[in-house]
Design a protein around this ligand. Structure first.
Ligand SMILES: [Fe+2]
Ligand SMILES: [Fe+2]
Length: 292
């Protein structure tokens, strides 16, 4: 179960962003960093919609009231994340970067490949549901990792990254840190099988690496301002050293942590840091004002 001191009621903040003043290369002079982070806008709308879709089906299996509340809060937050990232896409399109060829594939992946499949009620259907719950727990290990990273990524500020984009990333990142235990607690509650955790981690990790490098390459190749846009692992590694993207070593070290039998997401990231950001985030503050 989640760490009691860290537990806070989860609420969706109804944020909105205006992208009018955000330049195409919102990390000035660094299209590679810009587009590597932009991949989030390609994956998250369909991915987080899929989380919500799966979690609605798992609600009847939850026999713990507190966990149920957490899952409902989680669903509200992820639905808002999905929408917020989706709203960046028209802005990219206006700047000559049409993401449709890529998002069409991502939609197929989440809706068809990872969708409900026509299974009779019973064991097979339950197996497939538990498999997806475990995949979500593995993905949430990475969303929490990235959230924690972006909250502390001061190099982006130093390089003059667009404040609106940073606020989107950090509002989202902070909520990822805030709810980082929910998916894992849910998986442990309804199943928790260790072999399943390892197997689905491998699937999720391979898929994320594959989709991410393809997405970065897609943006670099289709960026209308770049003549010979490429994305290589070396580009990624160098940005990691510089601090504008996560460091490769930190990412590798997070793998055995998730696979450890004593893993719990409460050991990762800082709720205090996330809450502090949300208390100062322009978008979160505007959302609060709107709600009041
Ligand atoms: Fe999210
Ligand atoms: Fe999340």
């Amino acid at each position: 179960m989640s760490n009691t001191q860290d537990r806070i009621p989860l609420k969706a903040r109804k944020v909105s962003f205006s992208w009018d003043d955000t330049p195409l290369h919102w990390v000035p002079g660094d299209p590679f960093t810009t587009h590597t982070i932009n991949v989030l806008h390609l994956l998250l709308p369909a991915g987080e919609r899929w989380f919500v879709h799966v979690y609605k089906q798992v609600l009847p299996y939850i026999r713990d009231e507190r966990l149920r509340e957490d899952v409902i809060g989680f669903i509200g937050q992820e639905a808002m994340h999905s929408q917020a990232h989706d709203e960046v896409l028209p802005h990219l399109r206006e700047q000559g970067l049409d993401p449709t060829p890529y998002t069409a594939q991502v939609d197929w992946l989440f809706e068809k490949l990872l969708g409900d499949r026509t299974l009779p009620p019973g064991r097979a259907r339950r197996w497939w549901l538990m498999e997806r719950v475990a995949i979500i727990a593995a993905i949430e290990h990475y969303t929490a990792f990235l959230g924690d990273w972006v909250l502390g990524a001061e190099e982006l500020d130093r390089r003059g990254a667009d404040p609106t984009m940073l606020d989107l990333l950090r509002w989202h990142g902070a909520e990822e840190v805030e709810h980082r235990s929910v998916a894992f607690d849910l998986f442990m509650h309804v199943d928790g099988d260790y072999r399943r955790r390892v197997r689905t981690w491998a699937t999720a990790f391979a898929a994320l690496v594959f989709l991410w490098q393809r997405g970065a390459r897609f943006f670099m190749e289709n960026d209308p301002t770049l003549v010979d846009g490429r994305a290589t692992f070396k580009d990624f590694y160098v940005r990691g050293r510089r601090g504008t993207l996560p460091a490769t070593g930190d990412m590798l070290r997070s793998i055995p942590r998730y696979l450890s039998r004593t893993y719990h997401p409460s050991q990762e990231g800082s709720t205090a840091q996330a809450v502090a950001y949300l208390a100062a985030s322009p978008a979160a503050l505007a959302a609060e004002k709107g709600a009041a």
